[in-house]
Design a protein around this ligand. Structure first.
Ligand code: SF4
Length: 516
């Protein structure tokens, strides 16, 4: 929608000027023609529109290859969808795919000439790339254990899918100042990382006229990156039937009032920081009409959306198996194997968590002894207490234009090295990103490592990192704090080893890294 807001008469950044005359989702109308042009003739100004199709032009940009992200609402796919995702990785993605921190998947090296066929195959199994990137509502995330969780208030997946369907292809909300992230979970362990989303729904109950209602508390204005903010509670209780209305109202406020002058302060968090929660709540109620004041919030802990190992489900007789996928990168043939296991033993379902892993739900307890003898579990051990099981990492300079450093290879070396050196008794989350952004959640990691530009003593460019410690989303969250100095790549492993040694040698029994 190329509507006119008050911003149409004020100074706008380059992307905003372009969006006023051409909406991002029109990229799909362009594809049949644009695909016929030689890649070199596609103007660079057009690259921003590829984002709305889930595409980022990879480096080197002259190659005409893309990172392609597929949305997976609630992180749940069927066996057929998993097979297609594996096939796509094998045939067009260099034999692998990456699981993201928003329960989605992404590919690299997708060729310009193959885009239309790729979209057709993805849409044929009911998945989409529409709005996987761009200034639009992104993949709506949820509790990876929704519906099978012993610690959730109720299954919020139907509500989540209503929100996804409302915003999907909705051109009233396809021109936002920047991306918009929603999480919806009723897990008591904050399994969908509420505080780092623009809008989050968390479990709550409320007594109204003598009846106890199950519903949601909400937080707004969270987000990571160079200037991270933690989402703040609004004094509201939302019934499940009100969630779409409230989500629309929040996005409408953002669409019409969010900052469009500079992209670096365009996220909702900056508007809320300026307005304050009271003004924001007044604006919200102006649109929705009266809502109940907050009830009893039920969030008690933080799981980081991490679901590893074998655990009983809410359904008697069934368990789920959370599979650690170190660095989030999985070979296409391994995903195909997990799809076959899900087809044989599960209930037509594979899920993704928020820490770049996958899980197989609805495994009969009586099948567990047999299933764990499958050779795939030699490669993906079910016992998960290693650094590599708790680490996360973004794409890095292998494919990302913004990265200062590589990431997956460094993370692999580092985490494998630490696993050789230490026996973990409490998880330590080490998250590595290639720049100040936070496509992996470095700001809330026990140890967050960020790639930076640096020079050696001869003024030659080198890869280097800043290190921050002590992040968590426990008790409403706390970002990690950056230590002084930059660490050259050459000494990153011993420096992190020393840091971990302090904790391992001096911690009290059961003391977590954050408490230490
Ligand atoms: Fe690229 Fe930075 Fe995101 Fe990593 S965090 S994928 S380097 S933008």
């Amino acid at each position: 929608m190329t509507y006119t807001t008050k911003w149409a008469t004020e100074k706008l950044n380059k992307n905003e000027i372009a969006k006023l005359s051409k909406d991002g989702l029109t990229v799909f109308d362009d594809f049949p023609n644009i695909i016929k042009q030689p890649w070199e003739e596609i103007p660079k100004d057009y690259y921003m529109y590829f984002k709305y199709a889930g595409l980022t032009v990879q480096k080197p940009q002259s190659d005409g290859k893309f990172m392609l992200r597929v949305k997976v609402p609630a992180g749940i796919i069927t066996v057929d969808q998993a097979k297609m995702l594996a096939k796509l990785g094998a045939e067009r993605g260099g034999g692998f795919l990456d699981i993201t921190t928003r329960q989605s998947v992404q590919y690299h090296n997708i060729k310009f000439a193959e885009l239309l066929n790729t979209f057709s195959e993805i849409e044929a199994v009911g998945l989409t790339t529409r709005g996987a990137e761009g200034d639009i509502n992104r993949n709506v995330i949820g509790n990876p254990l929704a519906g099978i969780d012993r610690f959730e208030l109720f299954d919020a997946t139907p509500t989540l899918l209503k929100v996804h369907n409302f915003f999907q292809d909705n051109t009233d909300y396809s021109n936002l100042p920047r991306k918009f992230k929603i999480s919806i979970s009723t897990s008591s362990v904050n399994s969908a990382n509420a505080e780092i989303n623009d809008l989050a729904f968390l479990p709550a109950t409320k007594a109204i006229n003598g009846r106890i209602y199950k519903g949601f508390a909400i937080k707004v204005g969270g987000g990571l990156g160079a200037k991270p903010y933690l989402g703040k509670y609004l004094n509201l209780f939302i019934k499940p039937s009100q969630v779409v209305k409230v989500a629309e109202a929040v996005v409408k406020i953002y669409r019409d009032n969010g900052y469009r002058r500079s992209r670096s302060n365009a996220r909702l968090k900056f508007l809320i920081d300026d307005w304050g929660i009271d003004k924001f709540t007044d604006e919200l109620l102006e649109i929705t009409g009266p809502l109940a004041t907050s009830g009893k919030n039920l969030t008690k802990y933080w799981s980081n959306g991490l679901v590893l190992g074998i655990h009983p489900q809410r359904q008697r007789g069934y368990s789920y198996i959370g599979v650690s996928v170190p660095t989030g990168r999985i070979a296409a043939e391994d995903l195909a194997t997990f799809a076959a296991i899900a087809a044989q033993y599960g209930r037509d379902e594979i899920r993704f968590d928020h820490s770049q892993n996958l899980l197989l739900p609805f495994i009969k307890n009586t099948d567990l002894a047999e299933i764990i003898t499958h050779p795939i579990f030699d490669k993906f051990p079910i016992e998960t207490s290693r650094f590599q099981d708790f680490g996360m990492t973004c794409t890095g300079n292998e494919y990302c234009n913004l990265a200062y450093t590589s990431t997956k290879d460094i993370s692999r070396d580092l985490l494998w090295y630490l696993d050789e050196e230490f026996q973990l008794t409490q998880p330590i989350r080490i998250v590595l990103t290639g720049c100040m952004n936070a496509c992996a959640h470095r700001n809330i990691a026990d140890i967050g490592i960020q790639g930076m530009a640096a020079r050696d003593k001869n003024r030659q460019p080198i890869e280097a990192f800043s290190i921050a410690i002590g992040g968590t989303l426990l008790n409403d969250g706390h970002f990690n704090e950056t230590l002084k100095g930059k660490v050259p790549k050459a000494i990153l492993l011993p420096v992190i080893k020393d840091l971990v040694s302090f904790y391992v040698n001096d911690k009290l029994e059961n003391e977590t890294f954050f408490d230490f």
